[in-house]
Ligand binder design. Structure first.
Ligand SMILES: *Cc1c(COP(=O)(O)O)cnc(C)c1O
Length: 451
């Protein structure tokens, strides 16, 4: 690309392209990063500079960029049809994908409702849960329960469940009322890392709430084993299983949001498997299309689905849909994405990388510029600390951002999340690449700590 073209793109980017979660007044202080192409685990910018995609293009890339199987599936579908509606019509790719998802998610989930983004998958679960109880004639069950610092996406419904005080402050007046339990991870910190005690106490609090208000509660909504966007905060093991049992006892639906943890991120295809849990509703997104196209899905049990079946005149059907629901291109790639898991024996390799990452993170324990790292599957967060005070740098200092800039100059693309730097590489990351990411991050943190 010529220097003139680059200058024009940068100028238009600043002027016209309003970026998500971005203070546009600062955007492009230092040249904005414009990615032109990618190959495998690497991104290339308009200057031709290469960087390892250590955040999997925001946690969604699975088998690397431009995977031949996924590319071929997309091009193959393009030769048939790019889009046709799912309202009043169907198409082979969505049918096959629905079948494949039912086969590969926990047993008991039988029906798939497609959408485009994780937030929508959650939004749909909220509306399904609410209407489920209405259809059964129990319309008083309308309250939702979530946890502090939860993240379920940015639409008004999904962000009602979200628990970030900052977002609640700005958009709180738009939200529906939600009962909130403590973050299981925060409880564990309160009990000096005692996971067992945190689990027991958290479940007691849930039981108490369900005893008091269960008659009014439609559903409990939980992220799948880890509070991702809050900074990779793992639940104590057993939270999901315990919650599922309590929900059953009190006739409250359990919605599990595996938008971040689904599709191999934790070493199994879905984290629910590890806890032996089949939720009533399961929200999927991010990795579902291998990181290629916007696609998401909400899976439901037979019991939920059945509550929407009635003679037409009773108007019990689910009133929901988008223009691009079950887009054939996205479905075709998502099918190929699932096939690659089996063909390339992805999960055993991911389990090795998870162990390697665990060992590799030990070095940050002794680093004055780092707090204690947190890990869940192939996701980690390393908090940045001011070596003089041992605390986080103040909000707005942007130190975390500068660490990431330094890492990018060393060829590794990372992003901050709160006061931490997160690592969420594609599942196709190699052992050498994990070593590189950890080394570059360590160097960049030390350098910034001395600046
Ligand atoms: C990213 C995420 C979402 C939102 O997904 P979008 O595709 O960004 O709308 C919802 N829940 C969890 C747990 C997530 O990590």
């Amino acid at each position: 690309m010529s220097p003139e073209e680059i200058t024009i793109l940068q100028e238009w980017d600043r002027r016209h392209f309003w970026h998500p979660f971005t203070q546009m007044a600062c955007w492009g202080d230092d040249d904005p990063w414009i990615i032109e192409r990618a190959e495998g685990n690497y991104l290339y910018d308009i200057h031709g500079r290469k960087a390892l995609d250590a955040i999997a293009s925001l946690w969604c890339n699975v088998h690397g960029h431009r995977h031949p199987r996924l590319d071929a599936a997309l091009v193959g579908q393009l030769a048939k049809v790019a889009h046709s509606t799912a309202l009043g019509a169907s198409h082979p790719e969505a049918i096959r994908l629905a079948r494949a998802l039912v086969e590969q998610t926990p047993r008991g989930l039988e029906h798939v409702f497609f959408s485009e983004d994780g937030a929508e998958a959650v939004e749909i679960a909220i509306k399904m849960a609410a209407q489920y109880w209405q259809n059964l004639g129990r319309a008083q069950k309308r309250l939702f329960v979530s946890v502090d610092d939860a993240y379920h996406g940015d639409t008004v419904g999904a962000s009602s469940l979200g628990g970030f005080p900052l977002f609640q402050g700005v958009y709180g007046h738009l939200h529906f009322p939600v009962r909130r339990l403590p973050s299981p991870w925060a409880l564990q910190q309160q009990f000096e890392g005692d996971a067992q005690r945190a689990r027991v106490v958290w479940l007691e609090k849930l039981a108490e709430l369900l005893e008091q208000e269960g008659e009014q509660i439609a559903a409990l909504v939980l992220e799948g084993g880890v509070q991702g966007a809050a900074g990779i905060l793992p639940y104590p093991p057993g939270i999901l299983r315990g919650a599922a049992e309590l929900c059953r006892d009190f006739a409250v639906l359990l919605v599990v949001d595996e938008v971040a943890t689904g599709f191999g991120r934790t070493g199994s295809l879905f984290y629910c498997e590890q806890e032996g849990v089949c939720p009533d509703l399961l929200a999927l997104g991010k990795g579902i299309s291998g990181g290629y196209l916007p696609l998401a899905a909400t899976l439901s049990t037979d019991a939920i689905f059945a509550a929407f079946l009635a003679p037409f005149g009773e108007a019990k059907q689910f009133y929901y849909g988008h223009t691009y629901t079950a887009n054939p291109l996205a479905c075709a790639v998502a099918l190929a994405n699932l096939e690659v898991f089996a063909e390339e024996k992805v999960l055993p390799r991911v389990s090795q990388r998870i162990l390697q990452l665990h060992k590799g993170l030990e070095r940050f324990g002794a680093l004055p510029v780092a707090g204690l790292p947190r890990q869940f599957g192939l996701m980690a967060a390393i908090p940045l600390r001011d070596p003089h005070s041992g605390r986080s740098y103040p909000y707005g200092d942007r130190r975390e951002y500068r660490v990431c800039r330094r890492a990018r100059e060393r060829g590794v693309y990372l992003r901050p999340l709160g006061d931490a730097i997160v690592l969420v590489p594609p599942l196709s990351v190699t052992a050498d690449e994990i070593d590189t990411i950890l080394r570059v991050l360590e160097e960049s943190m030390i350098e910034e700590g001395q600046a």
